[in-house]
Structures are given as structure tokens and as C-alpha cells.
Design a protein around this ligand. Structure first.
Ligand SMILES: [Zn+2]
Length: 349
């Protein structure tokens, strides 16, 4: 073999490399091509082997030719490697992108649960009427949940409220509160009248979760204690409240005699249907009225239980369920959808 033959062999390999290396599809493919064109079985290696067969004066030239070839292959490979790195970084930026909007440095995604929204809205209305928000424990004792509210042991009203008792102290003395009314007692025990409070909160009953019942639900109730308070104050307050709630000044209120142990007299509170304005629709069961909750004048026995003189102080209270209010307003059929954690439901509100 002559020097010219060896040079031709290197030229042919380099020509092939100038097409193959710039088209390497990945860094792994590029490494394989480098091995093919410059490795142990490459043209460069073969020419190096052949150098000893050449005439002595040609050997340095052959060595330089191999070096030039290797340098050319290395340069082609380096160019392609840089191009591939840029392409791969660009791809990763898209496929492995971190969504920075999830970070704590931006506004949180999502929103408040519907029940929380309603609760805050109601609190705002009552605060606008001069009330203060009061809260109390969800685990209560018998005195605050029942007895001070004029529900003595064996009173039939206890069986109206299926209670979840807690294994603490004597049997059936500690419980998950069945209503928000114990906060009325706690407020009157800790604060001298006049008292104007609104009490939102979670309540519990021994119910199986189904379309209409839930063992956990929310109530809000209002308590006013002052001198010379009459039922006219109760009715007037409720009317102002429901008109603000539904943003409708034509809403009428209806009171029908009812019974609650802690109020006397007691009434069931209904409002004219905000959907059909009294002509009858599905929401109001074609009665034209929607029952919202209960109300009444604070029973003198309750005032006496907290050390207030019923001759000096009077008061009224009314309350209702927050889920029920949301169901009426948004036409929600099943109470369990509030706790199903189904985003398709939650995202609508
Ligand atoms: Zn209606």
C-alpha cells in the first residue's frame, strides 16, 4: 500500500463522517459514530497499522494524515454534541417543566368550600347588623348542650337529637355538640348583657350519611339579650336578615308555631320562595314557602340557668343549617355532595 492509498482511505472515511456525525440523533448515537470513525476498527486505526509497511520517508506524512483525520472527526463530534445538548435542554424545558404557579409565592389555586363561603357571607350580614361572632367547643358537656338549654335528663327533646357521646367522664355526660346553642350558654355565662352574637359552627348527630342526612353539618344561630326585647324585634331582625341574604326586598317571612325547649314561644321560620315568588316550584315543593329554620324568645328557664333575671332581661334566638341554606340557594339535591370531595361539584361554586 502506498501513502496515497492510505490518504484515500482516510478521505473516504472522513467524507462518510461529514454526513453521518451531524445527523446523529442522540448523544448515545454520537458516541457510537465516534467509535466507528476513530476507534480500534476505524480507518485511522487501520492506517496507523499500515504505517510500518510504508517507505520510511512516507511514514511521518502518514502519521500527520492520521492526526489530521482524528482532529477532523473530533471537531465534527464536538459540534454535534453541543447541538444535541441544546436540543435536549429545550425538550426537557417543555416535558419536565415545573408549574411555578403551584408555588407558595403566588396566589393559592382553588377557593373556599361552599359552606365556608356561605358562613362568611352570613357572618358579614350579622356583623353589619351589630352582632359579634362567637365560637365554642365541638366537644361539649351535658350542661351546655342540654341541661342549661332547658332540656333536662329524660326530656323527650333529647331523643329528637341523636347524640354521639364521647367516652370521657360519666356515661352520657360528654358529647359532640348536637347544635350550636351551647355557645349561647357559654356566652351568657361569660359576658354580661346586652349580648348580640352570631354563632356559626360544626355540629354532629348520630345519622348515617345519605342524600338528606349527614352526621356532620353546620349551623349558624343568632342570640340577642337585652332589656325590653319583644317578638317584634325578632321578626324585624329576621326580615332584614333574609332580605340581605337573598338580596331581595320583596321576600316575605312566615312564622308558624313550633316547639323548641329553649325558646318560648317558638316558631318555625319560612321565607317566600325566592325562585317562584310564591307561585310554587320544585324548590319549595309547590308551596310557595321555604322553611329555613327555627326561632323564638329565649325561655326564662334558660336565662335563669345562666343567672340572668328574666324579669330584667329578655332575648330572642334563631338559627338554621348552612348546608340547607346552600342547597336551597343553589338547587343542590343531596347533602352528601358537600363532603364527597368531588372537584366537579366543588369547582362550580
Ligand atoms: Zn318556589
Amino acid at each position: 500500500m502506498s501513502l496515497a492509498d492510505e490518504q484515500a482511505r482516510l478521505d473516504a472515511a472522513l467524507s462518510e463522517a461529514r454526513t453521518a456525525i451531524p445527523n446523529a440523533s442522540s448523544t448515545d448515537a454520537l458516541t457510537d459514530l465516534e467509535r466507528h470513525f476513530a476507534g480500534k476498527r476505524s480507518a485511522a486505526s487501520a492506517v496507523n497499522e499500515a504505517i510500518k509497511t510504508l517507505a520510511a520517508p512516507e511514514r511521518p506524512q502518514a502519521g500527520q494524515a492520521v492526526q489530521a483525520y482524528r482532529a477532523a472527526i473530533a471537531e465534527l463530534a464536538e459540534e454535534r454534541r453541543q447541538a444535541l445538548a441544546a436540543e435536549e435542554a429545550a425538550t426537557a424545558a417543555v416535558t419536565e417543566r415545573i408549574d411555578l404557579t403551584l408555588g407558595a409565592h403566588t396566589r393559592p389555586r382553588g377557593h373556599l368550600h361552599l359552606v365556608t363561603q356561605i358562613r362568611r357571607e352570613l357572618e358579614d350580614i350579622f356583623i353589619g347588623l351589630g352582632y359579634r361572632v362567637a365560637e365554642g367547643p365541638e366537644v361539649e358537656d351535658d350542661w351546655h348542650n342540654f341541661e342549661a338549654l332547658n332540656i333536662p335528663p329524660a326530656h323527650p327533646a333529647r331523643s329528637m337529637q341523636d347524640t354521639l357521646y364521647v367516652h370521657l367522664g360519666a356515661d352520657e355526660q360528654v358529647m359532640l355538640r348536637t347544635h350550636t346553642s351551647p355557645v349561647q350558654i357559654r356566652t351568657m355565662e361569660s359576658q354580661a348583657p346586652p349580648i348580640y352574637v352570631v354563632v356559626p359552627g360544626r355540629t354532629y348527630r348520630n345519622e348515617t350519611l345519605d342524600a338528606r342526612h349527614s352526621p356532620v353539618f353546620h349551623q349558624i344561630e343568632c342570640l340577642a339579650i337585652d332589656r325590653h326585647i319583644t317578638m317584634a324585634d325578632l321578626f324585624g331582625t329576621i326580615e332584614v336578615f333574609v332580605r340581605r341574604l337573598f338580596d331581595d326586598d320583596t321576600i316575605r317571612t312566615r312564622f308558624r308555631s313550633d316547639y323548641f325547649p329553649y325558646t318560648e314561644p317558638s316558631a318555625e321560620l319560612a321565607v317566600s320562595c325566592v325562585f317562584c315568588h310564591g307561585s310554587g316550584c320544585r324548590v319549595c315543593s309547590h308551596t310557595g314557602w321555604i322553611e329555613l329554620g327555627g326561632c323564638g324568645m329565649v325561655d326564662p328557664n334558660v336565662l335563669t340557668a345562666v343567672g340572668l333575671d328574666p324579669e330584667e332581661w329578655q332575648g330572642f334566638a334563631f338559627g338554621f343549617g348552612l348546608e340547607r341554606l346552600a342547597m336551597i340557594r343553589y338547587g343542590i339535591d343531596e347533602i352528601r355532595t358537600f363532603v364527597d370531595n368531588d372537584l366537579r361539584f366543588l369547582e362550580q361554586y
